[in-house]
Every structure is written in structure tokens, then in C-alpha cells.
Design a protein around this ligand. Sequence first.
Ligand SMILES: CC(C)(COP(=O)(O)OP(=O)(O)OC[C@H]1O[C@@H](n2cnc3c(N)ncnc32)[C@H](O)[C@@H]1OP(=O)(O)O)[C@@H](O)C(=O)NCCC(=O)NCCS
Length: 243
Amino acid sequence: MGGHPGERGRHGLLQQARRRAAGSRDLAAGRGGVDEARRLVSAPPKTVLEVSPEEEAAIRLAVATADVGTLGLGRAIARPTDAADLARFLADPRVSDAIYDLPRPIDETNVRRWIVEGETQWRAGRRLLIVSREATGEIAGYSDITVWPERSAAELAGAISPSRQNEGQGGAGALHTFGWIFETLGVRLMCLTAATDNVRSARLIEAAGFVPMGTRDATRADGTVRRSLYWEMTRDQWAEKWG
Ligand SMILES: CC(C)(COP(=O)(O)OP(=O)(O)OC[C@H]1O[C@@H](n2cnc3c(N)ncnc32)[C@H](O)[C@@H]1OP(=O)(O)O)[C@@H](O)C(=O)NCCC(=O)NCCS
């Protein structure tokens, strides 16, 4: 696991955010439009934190300026040029069956639209849709980090390619990403959902220290509802277990 930046790093981020408060107004303006549609499929955590305008601005800035290359080799923000490869990757039921917040039906047009929405929300400091590629250029996985800066919270969804599943890579990768989200984006809370029969996800989520908090109904892009297991973890709980 990577090291924690500590309070000094966070303080620096807050200072930077204050200095650039005027400049971040355009990020705040990114709340409407595309984001309204996004809310149909991704709900913020059950726990509601009190968040100052400075903290909110710092998180928006951290998301909008994040270097996802620091997550690992081959990681990049998804671009429209990834649409064909990503659609092919996601169309495999071993990748997408368990994931509720994907564009449906999964085809190149819908995936391209999803990527473009992701870029808009990234610039607004609210989302990181990340593609991971092998050295050969094949898609190795994707991560979709939804951020609610006004709630100091984030959610992670994602998948790895079937050839990489069931070898412990998903568990290790998810753990690394959870730490990166807390440390790099500066959120104080994460929430996760998984289908009630997704044993692999439930195991890795609880091994990471997330606290089970019952179920919640998640709405798919096509409007159908999926009952999900639901977990949360605070940054303090994370630091206590892994710091
Ligand atoms: C979920 C996913 C990221 C997990 O990654 P993975 O590398 O396949 O999983 P791991 O090998 O790390 O296994 C995770 C845990 O499940 C356990 N597990 C695997 N198959 C199991 C089974 N059939 N029954 C019980 N436990 C099982 C593993 O032993 C491991 O637990 P451990 O670390 O305590 O030994 C990956 O399988 C994936 O991308 N799946 C498709 C998409 C998806 O489900 N995304 C998550 C949506 S919430």
C-alpha cells in the first residue's frame, strides 16, 4: 500500500484550493446537466458528513487534476477513442453481469456517450472513469470512481479482464485503489455496493475493512432496480487498519 500524505499534504491541498477558489467556480458549475442523469444510477452514501466549502473545493480540484498514472502502469482517463475496445471488453458477461451502473445496452455508441459524460464529470471534479491497458494494448480492466465533493465521499466500481480474475489480483488492486482514493482525492468516506451473490466482491470489500450496512436498491441505466449489499468505510477507519 502507498503511504498516506498526512495532514500536511491535505493542508497544502486546502491552501491551494483557497488560492484557486475563484478558478474553481467553473468546476462547481459542473453540478448540473450530465450529472443530473448520473444521479439516476449512482446514489451517494447513506452517511451524510458535514463538509466545508473549502474541503469541497479541494476535493473537486484533486479529482479534476488527479494523475491516474500514479494508480499503476497503463492507467488513463477513458477517452472517446477507447469506446470500441471498452465496449468489447464490457460486453463480456464475465466482466459486466455483476455491475449495475454501466450503459445499457452495452454497445460502442452507448459506451462512447458514457465516456464523454465521464470526461465532463472529471472536469467538474466529480468522477474518474479509468481504463487500464496491458503492455500489448489490450484492456486489462476499468475503474469508475464517482465522487460527491459536497459529501466528501466516493464510490468505486470496476472490473478486471476474465483472464486476470480469480488470482487475487482484483483484491490487491481494489485495496490499492481504496487507499489511492482516500489519499489522493482527500475524501473522508467511501461507499460500495455489490450484487447479493457477488461473493468475490463481498470478500475483498470486507477484507479491506469496509463495514456492512445492510442493503440498498441500485437503479440500472435502463431503470430496472437491483438489490445490492452496501458497505461504508471512513478515512479514519482506513488509516487505523492500513496506515
Ligand atoms: C470482483 C473482481 C474485481 C475480484 O477480483 P478477483 O481477482 O477475481 O478476485 P480475487 O481472486 O482477489 O478473490 C477475491 C476473494 O474472493 C474469494 N473467492 C473467489 N471465488 C470464490 C467463491 N466461488 N466462493 C467464495 N470465495 C471466493 C477469493 O478466495 C478471495 O478471497 P480471499 O482473498 O479471502 O482468498 C473480479 O472478479 C471482477 O472483475 N469481476 C467481474 C466484475 C465485478 O464483479 N466487479 C465488482 C462489482 S462490485
